[in-house]
Design a protein around this ligand. Structure first.
Ligand SMILES: [Fe+2]
Length: 214
């Protein structure tokens, strides 16, 4: 076996050579969808959309039970039907049921798993029940507290979108380094609306100009 000596590259002209010389064609969305490999997913049970109990008949988790509901839309504001949502959030004390959160001194709740799934209906509407998450400290060295938030992962409309939902009127929102990455005039789209004290509406756009921020 001989050692091949690779040429020393002093610039990035190789990537220039790969750049298309002609304007790109925009594929119609129908064609994009057709190219997407979509795994056959196990059917989502309606029970999976209720995170407030880990199983029927078990005690309800601690904290404030809330409903999060909204519509999943594509860039033309058409409903994304039968989209599969995964959501996860910390418990009322700001602790995740996850091995990566072992250093968190906040207590686990034996009645809160913190992960669920739901599908959208023909109008693109989803509805989940969960416990309003508490804030948690993300970086002790710089005192960075994350505001209450719910994580979303959506499969549908030809994309997988991973994003977060914030709650209204939370003072920590404006100090959160992740929330601050969203341009100021777009931040309101990342915050749910309280349509009732315990019901929050959060619509998501999966792609295009108004795609939700990741
Ligand atoms: Fe989080």
């Amino acid at each position: 076996m001989t050692n091949r000596v690779l040429p020393v590259v002093h610039n990035d002209r190789e990537s220039e050579a790969r750049t298309p010389s002609q304007p790109l064609l925009i594929l119609p969305s129908e064609a994009r969808d057709a190219f997407d490999p979509m795994p056959v997913l196990p059917p989502v049970s309606p029970r999976e959309a209720d995170l407030t109990r880990i199983a029927p008949g078990r005690p309800r988790a601690s904290g404030d039970a809330i409903v999060v509901t909204g519509r999943i839309l594509d860039e033309d504001r058409r409903p994304v039907r039968r989209s599969v949502l995964e959501i996860w959030n910390a418990n009322t004390r700001g602790r995740y049921s996850h091995i990566r959160d072992l250093a968190n001194p906040a207590p686990l709740d034996p009645n809160f798993y913190g992960f669920g799934r739901a599908t959208t209906d023909d109008d693109g509407v989803y509805r989940i029940r969960t416990i309003k998450p508490g804030p948690y400290i993300a970086r002790t060295d710089i005192g960075w507290w994350r505001p209450p938030h719910v994580h979303f992962s959506l499969l549908g409309g030809g994309v997988r979108l991973v994003t977060q939902m914030y709650f209204p009127n939370e003072p920590l929102n404006e100090k959160d380094y992740i929330h601050m990455t969203v341009p100021a005039d777009e931040r309101s789209r990342t915050i749910a609306s309280a349509v009732q004290p315990d019901v929050f509406q959060f619509d998501l756009v999966v792609r295009g100009r108004f795609q939700n921020f990741v």
